[in-house]
Design a protein around this ligand. Structure first.
Ligand SMILES: Cc1cc2nc3c(=O)[nH]c(=O)nc-3n(C[C@H](O)[C@H](O)[C@H](O)COP(=O)(O)OP(=O)(O)OC[C@H]3O[C@@H](n4cnc5c(N)ncnc54)[C@H](O)[C@@H]3O)c2cc1C
Length: 368
């Protein structure tokens, strides 16, 4: 069997490794447009401790990545300068580059080298492969080569993915106001020496602040001033940190002919629920399992893959949409007192209710 995997992000690298291990006779190519060790963004957080979702199916990968992660159990909301702690919500984080390096190293140790600097074009001949996996992210080129019934809807808010040398003790959501409007930062440490700082604001605030006319230096300086109390003298750092509208991607069909979508190419999950990377890796696990059990019946494997996986993905996508909707309206929530805001925040995706919170966050609930 000849397989082409487009993209060496978490979905592509992990799928290639799993297939290599499970189906060593298959010929697998991984094509990545970027050079080795180059990626966008800073850290990613997982809304579950230390890749627990992988432990049962793949303890080896879990054991390789988990030691490089930062872990914590509390979540903090800062509003009007007041910090409200919600205890008991376990998270782990890792630098995106570090995660990709670990996934790439285990793939190469299994004998497969991704082809870096190899961008697949929209008119690429993909018919020679038994299977082409589009793991090429939210702006997937491979997705455009067949009719997957995909819709891409940009959200209204603007965000930029920064880093900083300020080390935060826990995942924190900080809200602040200035003359232009309201701003939010999602910030957490993703290594012992670096933190992620995702800066977000609504479209009206973004225009009033004048970001349209600012270059990168002016943007970093402005954002640094807005969050000066949070950064405490540390600078914000950029890594292809352009302003973006989060693209909500949904696909009516996950496979067409010899092509299948996984990860962000198939659907995105808003970053505020910390699940996009996990979903991408779970897609890889599920697809590798279906292919492994298919006895070379690829169309059959793709049908089973979608039937089994779609209900799980849609549940999380609905939670991600609810969470994104909360952020789209966050200036409205700013009239809430800090504790009320924390309540509103923690219940935003519909996955955490007061009964569940009583079990996991006794200190927060005791103060309720
Ligand atoms: C601001 C922000 C914060 C986020 N924070 C989190 C978080 O905290 N936790 C979390 O779990 N998720 C987070 N995410 C989401 C997460 O980054 C994605 O869900 C995840 O990276 C999806 O993995 P993927 O492999 O499907 O796609 P990607 O990571 O996008 O990888 C796709 C790869 O394909 C390559 N590629 C693209 N086009 C081509 C081409 N034509 N030819 C060859 N290669 C190509 C790209 O260069 C890239 O390497 C965040 C996203 C954003 C925008």
């Amino acid at each position: 069997m000849k397989i082409l995997i487009a993209g060496a992000g978490p979905a592509g690298l992990y799928l290639a490794y799993l297939l290599r291990r499970r189906l060593p006779a298959w010929k697998i190519r991984v094509a990545e447009q970027n050079p080795r060790d180059s990626t966008f963004g800073f850290g990613v957080v997982f809304s579950e401790r230390a890749l627990e979702f992988l432990r049962a199916d793949d303890p080896q990968t879990c054991g390789r990545i988990a030691p490089a992660m930062e872990n914590w159990t509390d979540l903090a909301i800062v509003h009007r300068g007041e910090r409200v702690v919600i205890d008991g919500i376990g998270f782990s984080a890792i630098g995106r580059l570090k995660l990709l390096q670990l996934l790439c190293a285990q793939l190469e140790a299994a004998g497969l080298r991704p082809e870096f600097n190899r961008a697949l074009a929209a008119d690429e001949n993909l018919n020679d492969y038994d299977l082409v996996v589009a793991a090429d992210g939210a702006n997937s080129v491979v997705r455009g080569t067949a009719d997957f019934g995909t819709t891409v809807t940009p959200l209204e808010n603007r965000f930029a993915w920064f880093g900083t040398t300020k080390i935060f003790d826990t995942l924190t959501q900080t809200f602040v106001q200035n003359e232009a409007g309201f701003f939010n930062a999602h910030h957490y440490r993703h290594s012992p020496s670096m933190s992620t700082f995702v800066f977000e604001c609504d479209a009206a605030t973004w225009r009033r602040a004048g970001f349209e006319r600012m270059d990168e230096t002016a943007t970093l300086a402005y954002c640094g001033r807005v969050f000066a109390d949070t950064l405490q003298g540390h600078r914000l750092l950029s890594n292809k940190s352009v302003w973006r509208n989060f693209p909500k991607v949904r696909s009516a069909r996950w496979s067409v002919g010899n092509r299948v979508l996984i990860g962000d190419a198939q659907r995105t999950a808003h970053f505020s629920i910390g699940s996009g990377t996990r979903l991408a890796m779970e897609d890889a696990l599920a697809l590798a399992k279906c292919l492994g059990e298919s006895k070379n019946d690829i169309p059959g494997a793709l049908t089973v893959f979608e039937a089994l996986r779609r209900p799980v993905v849609e549940k999380l996508a609905a939670a991600a949409d609810a969470s994104a909707g909360w952020y789209e309206r966050f200036p409205e929530h700013m009239r809430l007192a800090p504790r009320e805001l924390a309540w509103s925040y923690i219940q935003r995706s519909g996955r955490v209710d007061p009964a569940r919170l009583r079990g996991i966050a006794p200190r927060f609930m005791a103060g309720a």
